[in-house]
Design a binder for this molecule. Structure first.
Ligand SMILES: Nc1ncnc2c1ncn2[C@@H]1O[C@H](COP(=O)(O)OP(=O)(O)O)[C@@H](O)[C@H]1O
Ligand SMILES: O=P(O)(O)OC[C@H](O)CO
Length: 489
């Protein structure tokens, strides 16, 4: 019999569902991906069809699965929430996606009631429709029959990890992990438990929620009817925390930034949460073998989504990877500024009502200037987040480790290093999020003995040193602040 020494990671992201098979050295051997539909039923609303996500998950896992696979790790877009029937597994409604702003008024009302300090102290989060709690309350209040069925104990709620785990185990396991629980706004990250006061505040019956587990443990086994055998599901984490693990940021002060649909920068802060004074989030980074780690997070909602918008809505490019050459083909942005507040602004502003803004157009502004301004804006947003981290006491990191779809863009990576005045490193394995989920499952199954061994497996393939003059950097950042002020006005 061949040795089972490979792991399949399921990476259920905002725009695609992927499965990647990794070998014992953390090398990706096979990858299968499916893009899926984004539904925008009203302005500011974003939904996903859970059945489509499930079909894609099955298809991508089947495409990469071999007899050598010892286990599965799951990582997922965070906060996105749904309700399903316990008996049939049938979702009651489309999943409400993390970008969805429909509960902005509810969050405003709670802020006016002075609830935010209590929420921050317990959950590390700030009052914003981004998190799951107000979305779950919306589902219970607006889907016909949902509240009554929940009261009868007929429903389960969960983030996408939890839904996939339920389906993969044939409806036997209703669990989540500490990183996903930490994004619901219903979980006390210090006590490590669902919070009764928050459940009451959002009117959510405790019986709806999954059991919360550590990140590297046996969550269950796949229903043999799905893949022909029972495969252990041995690791789980939200995608940004999985990327932190895939980037081997295991010691306080290490920092990674992921540029997928949005941009999420996480700094390891050790074994206790650091509550931000500068509108960042404190969030569980991972719990492994009883050891808890926390992170300080800056979340901005739009990164690659802006590139997708240039391609799909404006038609200025035909493929995302054209943007590097287009931006590099003009000497500067020609005074064009874009503030990518397409779904409001996340950290450190938290303004759900803000909308995208373009400034500084003249008759000789070109498509290339707008493409360049879009890439620049994503680096400027990162700069605002690292400035907030410094204001919270973080020391300047030795380097910023980047990943996600946009990290492939050399022009962007160089501009980011220039604007931050920090070296930017890109790992050899670009599928960092999936690698993190694979590492978790491999730790459970004994493929890797500990985090130190995992850290030895991290390699950079490119390093971008800052080379912009301070005067130019300061000028650009002053221009960005002015554009932001106008977008927020
Ligand atoms: N070379 C590139 N330059 C800029 N953006 C890119 C490039 N390649 C991919 N992207 C963007 O990255 C995003 C996809 O990244 P990915 O990490 O797969 O996202 P997600 O996990 O959120 O679905 C897309 O929005 C795409 O527009
Ligand atoms: O789909 P991504 O990779 O942009 O990640 C989404 C985040 O988890 C949202 O919090």
């Amino acid at each position: 019999m061949r040795r089972m020494s490979q792991i399949v990671a399921i990476d259920q992201g905002t725009t695609s569902t992927r499965a990647i098979r990794f070998d014992r050295s953390g090398e990706p051997l096979a990858i299968e991906a499916r893009e899926f539909a984004q539904a925008y039923p009203r302005p500011g609303w974003v939904e996903h069809d859970p059945e489509e996500i499930w079909r894609d998950t099955l298809a991508v896992v089947k495409a990469v699965l071999t007899p050598e696979v010892a286990g599965i790790g799951i990582t997922n877009q965070r906060e996105t929430i749904l309700l399903w029937e316990r008996t049939t597994g049938r979702p009651l409604h489309d999943a409400i996606v993390w970008q969805d702003r429909r509960t902005a008024d509810r969050c405003d009302a709670l802020r006016r009631d002075g609830i935010e300090p209590m929420i921050q102290a317990r959950t590390g989060l700030l009052l914003d429709p981004y998190f799951s709690a107000s979305k779950l309350q919306w589902l219970l209040d607006n889907v016909a029959g949902a509240r009554a069925a929940a009261a009868r104990g007929e429903l389960a709620a969960g983030t996408i990890d939890s839904f996939l785990l339920w389906r993969l185990t044939g409806g036997r396991v209703h669990a989540t992990d500490v990183t996903n629980a930490g994004r619901t706004m219903l979980y006390d990250i210090v006590k490590g438990a669902w919070d009764d006061d928050l459940l009451r505040l959002f009117d959510i019956p405790a019986g709806l929620l999954p059991e919360v587990r550590e990140n590297a443990e046996l969550f269950g086994e796949t229903d043999p009817a799905l893949f022909g055998r029972a495969i252990p599901i041995a690791g789980m984490a939200g995608d940004q925390q999985a990327a932190l693990i895939g980037q081997a940021c295991f010691t306080p002060g290490m920092v990674k930034s992921t540029y997928g649909t949005g941009c999420f920068i996480l700094m390891h802060t050790g074994d206790a949460p650091v509550l931000s004074q500068n509108r960042l989030l404190a969030t569980p980074a991972y719990t492994i073998a009883g050891e808890r780690a926390f992170a300080l997070e800056g979340s901005s909602f739009v990164a690659g989504a802006a590139i997708k918008w240039l391609r799909d809505r404006l038609g200025l490019i035909t493929a995302a990877d054209e943007t590097a050459a287009v931006a590099g083909g003009v000497p500067d942005d020609h005074g064009v500024w874009l503030v990518p507040a397409f779904v409001g602004l996340g950290a450190p502003h938290w303004r759900p009502e803000a909308r995208g803004t373009i400034l500084g157009l003249t008759l000789d502004s070109s498509a290339a200037h707008l493409v360049r301004a879009t890439l620049e804006s994503i680096a400027f947003q990162t700069s605002d987040l690292t400035a907030a981290m410094r204001a919270d006491g973080a020391i300047r990191p030795a380097a910023l480790r980047i990943d996600g779809g946009m990290a492939a863009n050399d022009w962007f990576a160089q501009f980011l290093a220039d604007v931050l005045d920090v070296a930017v490193e890109r790992p050899a394995c670009r599928e960092t999020t999936a690698l993190g989920a694979a590492r978790l499952a491999g730790l459970t199954l004994g493929l890797w003995p500990d985090l130190a061994t995992v850290a030895q497996g991290w390699r950079a393939d490119a390093r971008f040193e800052p080379r912009m003059t301070a005067a130019r950097r300061d000028g650009l950042l002053a221009g960005w602040r002015d554009a932001l002020r106008r977008a927020l006005a």
